[in-house]
Design a protein around this ligand. Structure first.
Ligand code: 9Z3
Length: 318
């Protein structure tokens, strides 16, 4: 059985109030994102805002400890590449140090093991890349440099939950001016719980005080104001993660009913990189990676993006 629907938290109107400290650079980033969106939209390109990675929830103001979650950012980083390949400009709102488009392919490789030192003439030297250690590096580098030269990827970093919330709000407002040319692809794993600044101890919690009990508040659901107020014409895709497959689709449908956006990509923790269901008001589409596709290094994100593109086109034409 699915759990009962939780009460909508107080800040569901999108007013983040003083409970979430805004990052100092939020206005500067808002301007960058608005310029990026308007420039690309004016030249006929669609723009997708991808959120990616987990969020950090501090337990102390001078933070020593925090709550985190499992998300690696692989979904967001690989999807960014497929959106770029499909002609979108991408704002990549990602957790600091989570996986990043293109370079993600070399996670776990020790860079120094893939480089060779070669002395040159007259005291010069060269550093060479061993392409066996970095498979496909020439092709990946070419793609990355082309994306960079065309200014198609705008990376924006967050670390804490507060930073994420403020930057997402700024992004949504920045993309509003391009209407249905904008897509939101909300793949970040965002904490549902937090400790308000007003209730957080300033200093490190002392273990000498004995076992720790914490009480956390519900994080406001940003999807509601995003769809209703901040970017009401945009094409919005949220993600739903469960660990119990038997409640997955019910939860995804409930999210669609509650927030009234275009689609939910539903996934289960253990199988998330091989199986998802794209749920819309009138359809339910299972995407599965076969064993053969896994062997060929095809990724489920390619299928997700390929599935969403015609839906976005149709939405824009409505
Ligand atoms: C997802 O469900 C993503 O697919 C994953 C990707 C985070 C599972 P990785 O980063 O994993 O590749 O390791 N994202 C959304 C998760 C989420 O918190 N959704 C909320 C919920 O389920 C709704 S907004 O309640």
């Amino acid at each position: 059985m699915a759990q009962p629907h939780p009460p909508v938290p107080a800040a569901a109107d999108g007013n983040l109030s003083e409970e979430f400290a805004a990052p100092s650079h939020v206005e500067e980033v808002r301007k960058l994102m608005a310029e990026f969106a308007e420039r690309h939209s004016a030249s006929g390109r669609r723009v997708v805002l991808i959120t990616s990675g987990g969020t950090k929830v501090p337990l102390e103001s001078r933070t020593v400890r925090f709550l985190d979650n499992f998300s690696s950012g692989r979904r967001g980083a690989s999807s960014a590449e497929y959106f770029l390949d499909s002609g979108y400009a991408v704002i990549f709102l990602h957790r600091h140090r989570s996986l990043y488009p293109f370079i993600r392919l070399y996670t776990g490789v020790n860079l120094l093991d893939s480089l060779r030192f070669q002395p040159g003439d007259e005291g010069t030297s060269h550093v060479l890349v061993d392409q066996k250690e970095l498979p496909n590096i020439a092709a990946v580098l070419k793609r990355y440099q082309a994306v960079k030269a065309a200014g198609l990827l705008l990376p924006v970093e967050f670390n804490t939950l507060s930073e994420y919330l403020h930057l997402l709000k700024a992004a949504a407002q920045a993309l509003n001016s391009i209407g249905s040319n904008a897509m939101f692809y909300l793949a970040a794993a965002v904490s549902d719980f937090y400790i308000p600044v007003s209730e957080m101890p300033e200093h490190k919690i002392q273990s000498s005080n004995g076992p720790l009990q914490i009480s956390m508040k519900m994080v406001p659901k940003m999807l509601k104001p995003l769809v209703k107020d901040w970017a009401p014409q945009a094409f919005v895709i949220s993600f739903k993660l469960e660990t119990n497959p038997s409640i997955l689709l019910e939860c995804a449908r409930r999210a669609l009913d509650t927030y009234n956006h275009q689609a939910v990509v539903a996934n289960v923790l253990d199988t998330r990189h091989g199986y998802v269901v794209i749920v819309t008001k009138n359809s339910q589409h299972e995407l599965i990676l076969t064993e053969e596709e896994v062997q060929k290094e095809i990724e489920i994100e390619e299928k997700i993006v390929r599935n969403l593109l015609p839906a976005h086109t149709q939405f824009m034409n409505q």
